[in-house]
Design a protein around this ligand. Structure first.
Ligand code: RAM
Length: 357
């Protein structure tokens, strides 16, 4: 599977599938972009080079007011302080496709050493990111990827394929493999959600799911109110709906809030990706039986270490390179610059109180 220090064997197939089903990373590779990446990568990695002191690292999340992104970035900033870097978080208050562009331009002007970006769109951010790489600013996507030639690394929280397929597997078990289902996603352009949804749709093609039907993919835009209203709309429009997958921490929390005080509580199964602290009360009151997530703090930490390793010349982003990520241990760069944090955890009434994030 996707444990640390191992390259993901299925990445090639996974990404080919993601491209086919979700349009992930489907940017036309232009020569300028490839040049920017190659130029930035340099010829050789120096694995024993000391970690540079005083690096300037910036986290650019999908949106700054998303509690999940805040946990990721705060942990990354704290990790960076630990190796004498100056790190900060800047970003838009909405997750629209182009809302990150002006922030990238400012970070370039500020001569940051590395930009970490959770991309709201795989392509909309590419121009300025290539510009950054041409100026020797390292670019690391985390949480939500850009097109592959617009960054040097992608720190993925878990195998995208495993996230997508397991969401369907879990909901199907809860529904005894029967009934209409819907997806409540984030924004229509989000690379991570779209890649996962691609794998969900592919999983649903298997014969064991023949009595399940995906009736709609709705978009709450990682906005609490919109996600709440979209949930209401789904349940009204599809009276036979039996289950909802919400692969976004904002979406699942809003959906749970709506369901918890509606007549659908106990009748419609909600699963997806959420933070234990946001979901605890809905697990305790019986609205939600289970959901999943990785440790967002570790995602931020891994991102910070990866950015520093690149900016110090220890790695270039090439497949097979290894780097140390503090207490998290050693990680290996996989195909297409992907580094995988590790498998997600499933939370339910039995274990939720063991987690505080
Ligand atoms: C939301 C964001 C983020 C995603 C999580 C699961 O917070 O969309 O990108 O990884 O949910």
């Amino acid at each position: 599977m996707c444990a640390k220090s191992r390259t993901l064997a299925a990445t090639a197939a996974a990404c080919a599938l993601a491209l086919a089903v979700a349009g992930c990373g489907g940017t036309t590779k232009n020569s300028a972009g490839s040049d920017a990446k190659q130029q930035a990568a340099g010829a050789t990695a120096h694995p024993d080079a000391p970690l540079k002191k005083g690096l300037k690292i910036a986290f650019l999340p999908k949106q700054i007011n998303n509690p999940y992104e805040k946990i990721v970035d705060d942990a990354g900033i704290a990790a960076a302080k630990g190796f004498a870097a100056t790190a900060k978080e800047v970003g838009p208050s909405d997750a629209k496709a182009s809302s990150q562009v002006s922030y990238i331009n400012t970070l370039i002007q500020q001569r940051q050493n590395a930009i970490l970006i959770a991309a709201n769109d795989p392509n909309a951010v590419c121009g300025p990111l290539k510009q950054a790489m041409r100026q020797d600013i390292k670019v690391v996507a985390y949480d939500s990827d850009t097109a592959k030639d617009c960054r040097q690394l992608f720190i993925n929280q878990a195998s995208s394929e495993e996230i997508g397929r397991s969401q369907v597997r879990h909901l199907a078990q809860q529904l005894h493999y029967k009934g209409e289902i819907a997806i409540l996603s984030a924004t229509e352009n989000a690379t991570n959600q779209n890649t996962w949804i691609g794998f969900m749709k592919d999983e649903l093609k298997k014969p064991k799911y023949k009595d399940m039907k995906l009736v709609k993919v709705a978009y709450g835009d990682d906005d609490d109110q919109k996600s709440f209203q979209e949930t209401q709309g789904l349940l009204k429009a599809y009276p036979n709906l039996k289950g909802i997958i919400s692969p976004t921490t904002v979406g699942i929390a809003a959906a749970a809030r709506y369901i918890s005080s509606s007549s659908y509580k106990g009748k419609v199964v909600l699963n997806g990706l959420g933070t234990p602290n946001q979901m605890r009360k809905f697990v305790k009151d019986g609205t939600v039986e289970q959901f999943a997530l990785w440790d967002p703090k570790n995602l931020g930490r891994l991102g910070a270490y990866a950015a520093a390793a690149l900016a110090s010349g220890r790695i270039t982003g090439a497949e097979g390179e290894k780097f140390k990520a503090g207490d998290l241990g050693e990680y290996t760069v996989g195909k297409d610059g992907e580094v995988i944090l590790g498998p997600p955890t499933v939370f339910d009434a039995k274990n939720i109180d063991e987690y505080d994030f």
